[in-house]
Each structure stands twice: as structure tokens, then as C-alpha cells.
Design a binder for this molecule. Structure first.
Ligand SMILES: NC(=O)c1ccc[n+]([C@@H]2O[C@H](COP(=O)([O-])OP(=O)(O)OC[C@H]3O[C@@H](n4cnc5c(N)ncnc54)[C@H](O)[C@@H]3O)[C@@H](O)[C@H]2O)c1
Length: 316
């Protein structure tokens, strides 16, 4: 089938690569001739400079939007108004008002909206969720997530709305609980935009059990690339490498270490396959799949974290 990819920079090229490997014809749009030529040469993709040419192509019913975060709202609304099913890269939007408009329009038009919360398709995350829900770790006390790597200065990106989406979404998916008492601190050392942040909150047990305490570290300054979680339970502690898809369990009482067997999957391929399937067959999308409702909730948590951070920074 014919699919469109709007924005073929670092991440959009991965969408094109997967659609191509899956045997689909791809039309691509980007402002950069170099990116367009790359996709034409490597994937036989049809390049167009203006993304409206993709929106006006009646043969294309499904589109990935992989443009900068600040453009998501505008391009998503235009794509839905053009009758396209969309896989919009994360974040859904950079504020709750814009997020709501996109979700509302997708519902009104009865079109598919999936947001690129790719870790919902990751076998290690599925496995740790299963272990936690089966009480393998006992009662969960705390989760520490470290999401770090060195990046150049991004004048147009905010670390909370960019990198922060993944760890917050992973916790939302695993625990299915809402945060309370969000605290967020952060700094922009090389620039005005925040490039290091710590977010703390409690995940509330609505059934009256004890809350889980969460600590998230986000950094674009740390050259050590971490995508790791430490989940401490009353019986066992889990070390999760979210990208390598590895889980080790430590028995808190005996200290015995055990590797959990996981078959790592190609998460982006599974995500895109799912998107194409629901777009073609109009299957109803429910949680844990990252539909508009899920992605909107994550934008809300980030917006609250952001508000706390800016109010606190303004005080100092
Ligand atoms: N799901 C994930 O794990 C993941 C990983 C990386 C990036 N992303 C998301 O993907 C998106 C793109 O990130 P990136 O790192 O590839 O950025 P990037 O800057 O490398 O690529 C963005 C591309 O969009 C193009 N673009 C901008 N405006 C356009 C327009 N009006 N029409 C057509 N093309 C336009 C730019 O020319 C650029 O090539 C972001 O939303 C980011 O959050 C998601």
C-alpha cells in the first residue's frame, strides 16, 4: 500500500526504512533536499517538498508525522482534516489544549490516531508489567528511571516534552495509576531551555494500597546513554534495560540474581505494523496502545511538571 511520511530527519528515516522493509510504497516530505534525496536513493521513495502534496494524494490513507514537536499540532490537524489516519510522533502536542484539539478531531472524523509511545510495544516492558501485576516483586516501593545521553543544544526542544515522554509513559503503562504530588526541578546549563531535570511523584493506588514513589532523571548533558529502570519491591528488585530489553531480578532476602528470559522485538516495526493494521481494519484501539487518550494523559503530566519547574525557577 502507499503510505506517507512527513519529516524524514533522524527518526522519520526509521519510519521510511520500516515501511520499505514491509513492502509499502512511501511518499516522503521534508524541507531538506538532502533528506529527500536520501529516501529516494535508499527506499525508492517519492519525494515532495510540500507536505500538502501528500495530504492531497487520495491514494494515501495513512501517514507518519515525524516533524519537530512544535509542528505536531498544525500538521496533525491538517492531516486529519484531509481524512488521513495518523501515527504522530511523540509528544502528541506541547500543551494540553493543543492535545485535546487533535484527539477531538480524530474522534469526530473517526480516524486512527496513534502516538509514537514506542515503549508500549517493547517486550521487556510487557514482561516487567506482567511480573509486577503477578506480584513477583512483592509490593512495589520505588522506581528510579535514568534517561540520559549527550546531545547538542536544541534551541527548539524542551527536555520534558521530548525525552520525558518515554519514562512517564512507561510508568503510566506499567502501573496504570495516576501521579500525585508532582515535583520537578531542572536547569539549562548551556542554554535557556531545560536540558537536565528530575521529576518526582507518587503513583496512587486507587484501591487503597500504598503508593509507589517515582524518581525520573532526564539529561542531555550526560554522555552515558541510559535507558534504565530500577524497580524496588518488597521481595525482589528489578533492573530493566529498556532499549537492550534485558531484565535482571535480585532477591532482596538472599541476594540471588536471576536473568529473565525475553525475546527482544523490533519495536518500531511492531508499532508501524499495528498502526497499518488498525488503519486498514478500523479495529477499536484500547489501552495499553498509545491512542489519543493515553497520549493526552502524558501531555497533562508533563505540563504539570513543567508548570512546577517554571514556577520554582522563577522564585529563585
Ligand atoms: N519515538 C521515539 O523514540 C522518537 C525518537 C526520536 C525522535 N522522535 C520524534 O520524532 C520527531 C522528529 O525528531 P527527529 O529527531 O527526527 O528530528 P529531526 O530534526 O532530525 O527531523 C525533523 C525533520 O522534519 C523536517 N521538517 C520540519 N518542518 C517540516 C515541514 N513543514 N514539512 C516537512 N518536513 C519538515 C525537518 O526538515 C527535519 O528533517 C520529533 O517529534 C521527536 O520527538 C521520536
Amino acid at each position: 500500500m502507499k503510505v506517507g511520511v512527513i519529516g524524514v530527519g533522524y527518526w522519520g528515516k526509521k519510519h521510511v526504512d520500516e515501511y520499505f522493509q514491509l513492502g509499502h510504497d512511501v511518499a516522503v516530505s521534508d524541507l531538506s533536499d538532502e533528506n529527500l534525496q536520501f529516501c529516494k536513493l535508499n527506499y525508492n521513495a517519492k519525494p515532495v517538498k510540500d507536505y500538502h502534496d501528500i495530504l492531497n494524494d487520495n491514494e494515501i490513507k495513512t501517514i507518519s508525522i515525524c516533524t519537530p514537536n512544535s509542528t505536531h499540532h498544525k500538521i496533525a490537524l491538517e492531516s486529519l482534516n484531509a481524512g488521513k489516519n495518523i501515527l504522530l510522533e511523540k509528544p502528541l502536542a506541547t500543551n494540553l489544549k493543543d492535545a485535546d484539539e487533535i484527539v477531538k478531531l480524530a474522534n469526530e472524523k473517526n480516524l486512527v490516531l496513534i502516538v509514537g509511545h514506542i515503549f508500549r510495544f517493547n517486550n521487556a516492558i510487557k514482561k516487567i508489567k506482567e511480573l509486577i501485576h503477578n506480584k513477583n516483586l512483592g509490593r512495589i516501593y520505588t522506581v528510579n528511571i535514568s534517561w540520559t545521553n549527550l546531545e547538542p543544544i536544541f534551541p527548539d526542544r524542551d527536555i520534558l516534552f521530548d525525552l520525558g515522554v518515554h519514562p512517564i509513559d512507561i510508568l503510566d503503562n506499567i502501573f496504570e495509576r495516576m501521579p500525585k504530588d508532582i515535583i520537578c526541578t531542572g536547569e539549562g546549563f548551556r542554554q535557556k531551555n531545560v536540558e537536565f531535570a528530575i521529576i518526582n511523584y507518587h503513583l496512587v493506588d486507587s484501591f487503597g494500597g500504598k503508593d509507589v514513589f517515582v524518581n525520573i532523571e532526564l539529561s542531555w548533558l550526560n554522555p552515558i546513554r541510559n535507558r534504565k529502570m530500577i524497580i524496588v519491591g518488597s521481595e525482589k528488585t528489578a533492573l530493566v534495560d529498556c532499549v537492550l530489553q534485558k531484565i535482571q531480578l535480585i532477591n532482596n532476602h538472599s541476594g540471588v540474581l536471576e536473568d529473565v528470559i525475553i525475546t527482544p522485538n523490533n519495536t518500531i516495526r511492531d508499532e508501524l505494523n499495528f498502526f497499518l493494521d488498525v488503519s486498514q481494519n478500523k479495529r477499536h484501539i484500547t489501552s495499553p496502545i498509545p491512542n489519543g487518550e493515553v497520549a493526552r494523559r502524558i501531555v497533562g503530566i508533563i505540563e504539570e511538571s513543567h508548570l512546577f519547574l517554571t514556577q520554582n525557577n522563577n522564585k529563585n
